[in-house]
Design a protein around this ligand. Structure first.
Ligand SMILES: [Zn+2]
Length: 394
């Protein structure tokens, strides 16, 4: 069908894209924890996976794109306590705000959003299975995953036993190993409380994802995406849980991770006070400008906010030329070869965009209208595949 290759975090190299059951592609991307509004780091990740899903559909794949929404987390309770809201009411408000932001960013490819609070029964079932199979143990109302029992622990993040020993998770005297992580947490920390065989509490963060994916996508699926910072321990833990519960491996064929967006030269974080929200950015920049800025840097490289101003200039230039070909779009069969070649090579959007921009510039210099249209129309079509409509606002 194509020669698409994507960099796989697990193998550490570009791998030919081979979904399990073509033309079906099952893709899961970690959605946000709805403790606050979406920021530009989220926007970059979700714009990237939206563009990837659009491109896969353009290639003829039937993409089923699942995103979870983490609405169980003590940070949500803390945020709700600050605003004086009920945690559930607070997370509902944040989910609506997130949906509005995704809609504003022209992200329409997600087939299904799943709040993890709707999958607690499944999380309990999985924790039980892990206990029965000896991959988990109970300690004072907590249940932990025993990482010593899982041989492939550390493989996704390429860490040796020594590396891992330097990165303990959740320090606690209850744990058998430093890297063990909580599958079930007792009520002391929690916002939503559920009864379980181990007492009242809530599922740990990592099992919340497998509780959503296993019933919907099955024990194995094609693409797991998310921000790079989720590789360890979050995605490492998902592999350990899912493969231990189902016995099927690998959990995922292609692990795809986006790099971060820096603000003032630093990673955006609430504690540094340098978070730029999607909502605030949309007051100054259009969705297309934000999309173009996000896709102008390769997804595996760090980005910063300086791309927004240049995206505005580039988009304006491209739209000015595209306008002349508005009526021609349907009359020419577009040849997208260089565009597809760029995207097939680990989704090199900067290269694909540069080609589209270059094609429009040469079209603007071409005197013959038909020849000019034959050059411009594929560029316009290519931009549309990436979710940037050059006729919008023209
Ligand atoms: Zn996740």
């Amino acid at each position: 069908m194509n020669k698409l290759a994507l960099y796989d975090t697990m193998s550490g190299k570009k791998e030919p894209f081979h979904p399990r059951n073509p033309p079906l592609v099952s893709m899961f991307v970690c959605g946000p924890t709805v403790q606050s509004e979406l920021h530009l780091g989220h926007a970059r990740t979700y714009i990237f996976f939206d563009a990837l899903a659009r491109y896969l559909r353009h290639l003829g794949y039937d993409v089923y794109y699942l995103m979870n929404i983490t609405d169980i987390d003590e940070r949500i309770s803390q945020a709700a306590a600050r605003t004086g809201e009920d945690p559930l009411e607070y997370s509902h408000r944040m989910v609506s705000s997130m949906m509005r932001d995704l809609e504003s960013l022209n992200i329409h490819t997600v087939s299904r959003f799943e709040p993890v609070s709707a999958h607690v029964d499944e999380a309990i079932r999985q924790v039980n299975a892990l206990l029965e199979k000896g991959f988990a143990y109970k300690a004072d109302g907590w249940v932990y995953f025993d990482t010593a029992r899982f041989k492939r622990w550390g493989r996704l993040s390429h860490q040796s036993k020594n590396d891992l020993s330097l990165r303990p998770l959740e320090l606690s005297p209850r744990k058998r190993n430093l890297n063990d992580f909580a599958l079930w947490r007792p009520e002391i920390l929690v916002d939503g409380l559920w009864p379980s065989p181990w007492g009242v509490g809530s599922p740990g963060w990592h099992i919340q994802d497998t509780a959503v994916t296993i019933p919907i996508l099955g024990p194995q699926y094609d693409i797991h995406g998310g921000a790079y910072e989720l590789v360890y321990p979050h995605h490492e833990a998902e592999i350990a849980e899912a493969e231990s519960v189902t016995g099927a491996r690998p959990l995922v064929r292609h692990w795809v991770h986006t790099n971060l967006v820096k603000s003032d030269g630093l990673k955006m974080s609430k504690s540094l006070g340098n978070v730029v929200t999607v909502r605030d950015t949309l007051r100054t920049f259009s969705a297309s400008e934000i999309r173009l800025a996000s896709l102008s840097i390769h997804y595996r490289k760090e980005a910063d906010l300086s791309g927004l101003a240049s995206a505005r200039r580039r988009l304006h230039g491209m739209r000015t030329i595209a306008k002349r070909f508005a009526g021609r779009a349907a009359s020419v069969e577009p040849s997208l070869t260089p565009f597809e070649r760029a995207l097939n090579d680990d989704f090199d959007t900067p290269k694909a965009l540069a080609w589209a921009e270059g094609a429009l510039k040469s079209a603007s210099k071409e005197a013959d209208r038909d020849r000019a249209a034959a050059v411009a129309v594929p560029a316009i079509e290519g931009m549309k595949i990436l979710g940037v409509d050059l006729f919008e606002g023209a």
